[in-house]
Design a protein around this ligand. Sequence first.
Ligand SMILES: Nc1ncnc2c1ncn2[C@@H]1O[C@H](COP(=O)(O)OP(=O)(O)OP(=O)(O)O)[C@@H](O)[C@H]1O
Length: 604
Amino acid sequence: MRRRLGRTLRTPMGVAAAAAVVFLVLAAVFGPILLGSKAAAVDTDAINQNAGHGHLLGTDALGRDIAARVVVATRLSLELALGAAAIGVTGGVLLGVAPALVGRRLGRLLTAAVGILVAFPSLLFVLFLATIFGVGAGGAMMAIGLALVPPMARLVQNLTASVAGSDYVAAARVLGVGRFRMMTRHLLPNIVEPCVLFAANATAGSLGAFAGLSFLGLGVQQPDYDWGRLLNEQLNRIYVNPLAAIAPGAAVVLTGLMLGLVGEALAHAGGRRAFGAAPVTGGAAPARAPQADTGALVEVRDLHVGFAGGRAAVRGVSFSIAPGEAVGLVGESGSGKSLTGLALADLLPASATATSETLVAPKPGTGTAMVFQDPMTSLNPALRVGRQLSEVAEVHRRAPRKQAWRRAVERLAAVGIPMAERRAKQRPHEYSGGMRQRAMIGMGLMGEPKLIIADEPTTALDVVVQRQVLDLLAEVRRDSGAALLMISHDLGVVAQVCDRVLVMYAGAIVEDLPVADLFTGARHPYTRALIGAIPTMATDLGTELATIPGRPPEPGERIAGCSFAPRCDRAADRCRAEAPQPVATGDGSSVACWFPVVVQEAIG
Ligand SMILES: Nc1ncnc2c1ncn2[C@@H]1O[C@H](COP(=O)(O)OP(=O)(O)OP(=O)(O)O)[C@@H](O)[C@H]1O
């Protein structure tokens, strides 16, 4: 949080927000100390004077200096606005999270009550409450604060409901995490950003509301004064001394803007996005060259992807894919496979920073198609499947709506969706898992992809459907001539579909070999260990499955020498001291290992 705040403070928005805070705090703290007596000094010889004569904005009906009064009023105006916002935000958060903490019936009642209160016009609500609490600053603060509770509660309820549907909340629930802990650990931290923004807007809004109430005579009473009261006092002289009336009004508006800016900067620095940080295009994406000099379709040189705090997840990956080639990217969970694929498709999360010497890949959207593991989360549940496909043609090919729909139906039929015309009108939840994956592939085919990136496309499917989807990918490749980057931890799947395999470990490619050599000719001890860990029909049921001892390094963990050395039974001193670089082994393969397995030795 502190680091993010530091980073935000270096942006133009952060600098402006910090300047606004300093300015407001100085005016609120030192205004009454330095100008309090001048603002209170009655001068019967200088009543209702215009600007000038030693009074920047003139004087009021008792000859008091208006400029000094505007500055002095900053403290009370801000205190009241912050007080009302604190009441509104605290009440709103409590009422907003209550339905999730209390029983279902009471929860529904609370949700309905908030719904009714939100429907009540807020101005009328404030006036109604102000008359209940009575005339005066305290009553006005309660009225404005309480009027902020229903919209804040509604916001918190809606955000909590969306976060509550996420996989990690479900997982926490399964683990038996209690309601209160769920709220404080899993739900509230994920809705901070919109809540901070709301709080800042609420403070700015209450500033205006106080000015309104004081202006109507319901707010701050004599001898106290806030900007609203000053505005009230000077408005009848606006044609005689306009500056005196404009200054308190301008103070309200400018302070409101500054508070908005401060809220924006705070939310940026401290908030986590709601809805589980949806990936967005263009997190700091590496520069792309339009065409590879080598004739390769994909050319990646020295790709690094990292996150805040020096957490390097991809550490210098280089590879190429020829037109029409099918390449598998395998490795343990967390080795950086998905991030490599996302970098190619320009889909890295906004929090990722990527650099590379070269990054050539077909244009995302039309030239590159993406197939994800869980098509349920990649297809919009609210849209008909056909519509989602046709949108691609409308956006990328500027096809008329009817024509785009026809193409969508045709593509759905091409990927084996039966009764495509009727099915196109259905929504994703009406499809089975395999059909959704087919629809996703169909969506990729709406353009004319030269590259299909499939990230664990069959992991969520049963073996029969898995086979069908793999066959479909093979068929699509045959028909379209597209290349394939198949990301998977399943060597069997990769062996069925791909021509070549890239083995990733701890963010780097440790071996690149033809698929034909995968099971017999692998040279890297890690590739061999991966293969050794696959159970086969011949595996003895009585013996324990082979596993790779130890764990891979965490992203960003400093690695001296070879990253696999601590888990490798062939490791020698050199492995622990010096990182091996990929060395070509003649047949287009390469291996990054000081002591690669000699193939003869392996066979023997
Ligand atoms: N948005 C993110 N913020 C921070 N770290 C991330 C983010 N996305 C991925 N990482 C980290 O980067 C590393 C590589 O992630 P990646 O998803 O590429 O792994 P993977 O090899 O595809 O694993 P899996 O097979 O489990 O999907 C992981 O250790 C992960 O913790």
